[in-house]
Ligand binder design. Structure first.
Ligand code: P53
Length: 476
């Protein structure tokens, strides 16, 4: 027993956190370029502070990131050396359609990813491609207000058709929207929505209307992918992590269950093909007017995803007791602190058992194959006097989470397709904008302000992960 023979071990990155080269080869500006480092980042990410262009006095870490655009061959060789079976990456929408509404795609952008996929093939690495890892062309944000407008569906459909056609035979595994539920918590980073000028009720309506458009676009992407190549497998992608009741007070249990539904709403639609009754009731009760077109119901119903993917960093806690207010820090998902769990340097609580809990829960709920497409630990790794990085804390974190995943496979019978460790090479942190929040097996010489040689160095975990993959998880 243990991990299945064809288990897809690998690592994950996202275009805006990895590539840099934000204005090279005709690439257009995207929302994700405009998230500044520093204390205003959160307000921009959450759509409260408007940042539609670069402003003086700010540093924008995604502009150059770790220059993966020019260094992917060197990085891919290192992934191959670790034995990666898969590499999760994302396509930057504005490399393909710089404004989002062009008649013809940008050939330089298309060619770039074709080269990347060919490089994967050279090493027998199966690409797992996110179609939108939070990015939206700024032109569409300014002209249409991003996903609040139904017009977005058509632009996205065209983008999907273009890449699915071009990369037929090179890519088989696709994810449509990264962490689709992020739209409720970080609307500008997650979906290009600026809502700072709206009252609370209108902001809520806009978020759900935009979510509906994304859900329809997701279903159309599934449809197109299946039409273009019946080999294609398309997954949804959820920011995962269950809410545990703070106590066994039934009211805490209920609150936790209700909070989980804010996340499961998305995968419920994507996996089951219809709006869950609890969400329709919520819209009715709270007077949230979400416009549906007649055809949407059928589109959603007929184009459900093939598998469920998710990120898992931490579990969350729900309580009905307003006096329990100690919050965890550093994540856009607010949660009460769990007294049983330790925290990372960034205040993210560490809970390997929660990996098994979420795997079991998602499989119970959907009975579709699961894919763990993000998991990992952000640490401020500091090279010692010899330049070595002994990241034992990361190795322990990953070992514990992989063991929990193995339990879910072995003891619970959950079908897990693969595991891609987040930030397999150090990249810019999405939440904090820092470079020093590092996840990688590979260290990158760059600091929070963009200084450094960008030199890549293997950490201790590099050889450890190589052994994990070579033994198909047996050495854990
Ligand atoms: P960082 C929280 C906040 C921001 C993005 O996060 C997040 C989460 C976790 O649910 O989502 C994913 O870099 C995301 C990645 C991101 C990763 O978590 O803030 O898909 O883009 O880098 C880790 O430590």
């Amino acid at each position: 027993m243990g991990f299945p023979k064809n288990f897809l071990w690998g690592g994950a990155t996202a275009a805006n956190q990895y590539e840099g080269a934000y204005n090279v080869d005709g690439r257009g500006l995207a929302n994700v370029d405009l998230l500044p480092a520093g204390e205003d980042r959160r307000a921009v990410v959450c759509g409260e502070k408007k940042m539609f262009d670069f402003q003086d006095g700010y540093f924008y870490p995604a502009m150059n990131a770790i220059d993966g655009y020019h260094r992917y061959k060197e990085d891919m060789a290192l992934f191959a050396e670790m034995g990666f079976k898969t590499y999760r990456m994302s396509i930057s929408w504005t490399r393909i359609f710089p404004n989002g509404d062009e008649e013809m795609p940008n050939e330089k952008g298309l060619k770039y990813y074709e080269d990347v996929f060919k490089e994967c093939k050279k090493y027998n690495i199966e690409p797992l491609v996110t179609i939108s890892h939070f990015d939206v062309p700024m032109y569409l944000v300014e002209k249409y207000g991003s996903w609040r407008s139904r017009e977005m569906i058509g632009f996205f459909e065209k983008y999907c058709r273009t890449i699915l056609t071009r990369y037929k035979g090179l890519v088989k595994y696709w994810l449509v929207f990264n962490e689709i539920n992020m739209i409720l918590h970080a609307p500008f980073m997650g979906a290009g929505l600026y809502i700072g000028d709206l009252d609370e009720k209108e902001a809520e309506r806009v978020k759900y209307q935009a979510a509906h458009h994304e859900l329809v676009a997701n279903a159309l992407a599934v449809k197109i992918a299946h039409e273009i190549d019946s080999e294609n497998q398309v997954g949804c992608m959820l920011a995962g992590g269950k809410h545990y009741p703070y106590s066994c007070d039934p009211n805490d249990v209920l609150v936790s269950q209700l909070r989980d539904r804010e996340d499961y709403f998305f995968s419920d639609v994507q996996a089951r093909g219809e709006y869950p009754s609890y969400m329709l009731r919520k819209f009715e009760r709270e007077g949230i007017q979400v416009d549906f077109e007649e055809e949407d119901i059928e589109i959603l119903k007929e184009n459900t995803v093939d598998f469920i993917s998710f990120s898992y960093y931490m579990s969350r806690v729900g309580t009905a007791n307003p006096e329990i207010a100690e919050q965890t820090t550093g994540n856009v998902f607010d949660s009460v602190k769990n007294p049983y769990l330790p925290s990372s340097e960034w205040g993210w609580q560490i809970d390997p058992v929660g990996m098994r809990v979420i795997l079991v829960e998602l499989y119970d709920r959907y009975q579709k194959p699961l894919f763990v497409v993000e998991n990992g630990l952000g640490v401020n790794d500091i090279p010692d006097s010899e330049g070595n990085i002994n990241d034992d804390e990361r190795i322990n974190y990953l070992t514990d989470h992989m063991k929990a995943m193995k339990d879910a496979i072995d003891l619970d019978g959950v079908p897990v397709m693969g595991y891609t460790m987040w930030g397999c090479i150090d990249i810019v942190s999405a939440g904090s904008g820092e470079m020093k929040k590092r996840y990688g097996f590979i260290y990158v010489d760059r600091d929070n302000l963009g200084n450094g040689t960008l030199k890549r160095t293997k950490k201790k975990s590099f050889d450890w992960y190589k052994k994990v993959i070579a033994s198909n998880g047996e050495i854990l």
